[in-house]
Design a protein around this ligand. Structure first.
Ligand code: SF4
Length: 255
């Protein structure tokens, strides 16, 4: 079996615990306005590689991943589009090296399609982009019902999750949205951490290179104060709904 690979980072430090081998898969069903990898969207692009070929790229750095309690993270694009390939890769790195496996996904996926993959996944980094479906569609081109179903299914499996949320001024940072998102997260089991990712403009050159108009032109990068304000609102939303579940108190900013 071969997968379509966009690129590889052998020294990732922000996509899961420790130092990680990060594999970017080609292909995505969403078109997020802030995407910094629009060159992954095309399902036919990328380099075709076998599981063995990917492992040969990983193996020289194994000691770094082991010593830092890191592992492998597969991201994209959307890795669940190539679920059988990623499942085989994860099973193989577990069998050979007993390495931890993380899947960074938008969740735009049907549970039945990803069941085997999730079985071989230790940690899901689940990107919740907008809790209101109509606004989600505006932001990504697709509604979010399928994503919320997937999140619910992961929760029912007791899968370990880190929730990620990209903060875009004027689009994903309203108090009403953040409060609703916080309340929703509390309904999920298995959430260990929430990561707020301030939107950044590092991928703009790729949009230009592809001849696409950048949809967030003129939208400022959030300031530290705005990130802190969002964090506080999200946390308050969670606490107001919490009484009950074991949702985490920690919301961290990354990147
Ligand atoms: S899900 Fe990720 S790769 Fe796909 S469009 Fe959105 S940001 Fe880009």
């Amino acid at each position: 079996m071969k997968g379509r690979i966009h690129s590889i980072d052998t020294f990732g430090t922000v996509d899961g615990p420790g130092i990680r081998f990060v594999l970017f898969m080609q292909g995505c069903a969403l078109q997020c306005m802030y995407c910094h990898n629009p060159d992954t969207w095309n399902n036919d692009g990328g380099k075709r590689m076998s599981v063995q070929e990917v492992i040969a790229e990983l193996e020289p750095y194994l000691e770094y991943y082991r010593r830092s309690r890191g592992g492998i993270t597969v991201t994209g694009g959307e890795p669940t589009l190539q679920a059988p390939f990623v499942a085989e890769l994860f099973r193989e790195v577990k069998r050979r090296f007993d390495l931890s496996t993380a899947l960074d996904s938008s969740g735009f996926c049907d549970p039945g399609h990803a069941a085997e993959l999730i079985q071989a996944t230790d940690l899901v980094l689940l990107d919740l982009k907008q809790i209101h479906s109509a606004e989600h569609k505006m932001l990504t081109g697709m509604p979010n019902e399928r994503i919320l179903r997937f999140a619910q299914w992961l929760s029912e499996q007791g899968k370990r999750m880190w929730i990620r949320h990209v903060l875009v001024p004027g689009i994903t940072d309203s108090p009403e949205h953040l409060t609703a998102l916080g309340k929703y997260i509390v309904t999920l089991q298995g959430v260990e951490k929430i990561e707020l990712l301030p939107y950044h403009r590092m991928g703009v050159y790729k949009w230009q290179h592809l001849g696409k108009a950048y949809p967030l032109e003129g939208v400022p990068v959030p300031s530290d104060d705005e990130v802190e304000r969002a964090r506080a609102i999200l946390l308050a939303g969670m606490q107001s709904a919490k009484e009950t579940s074991g949702a985490p108190d920690s919301i961290v900013r990354i990147r």
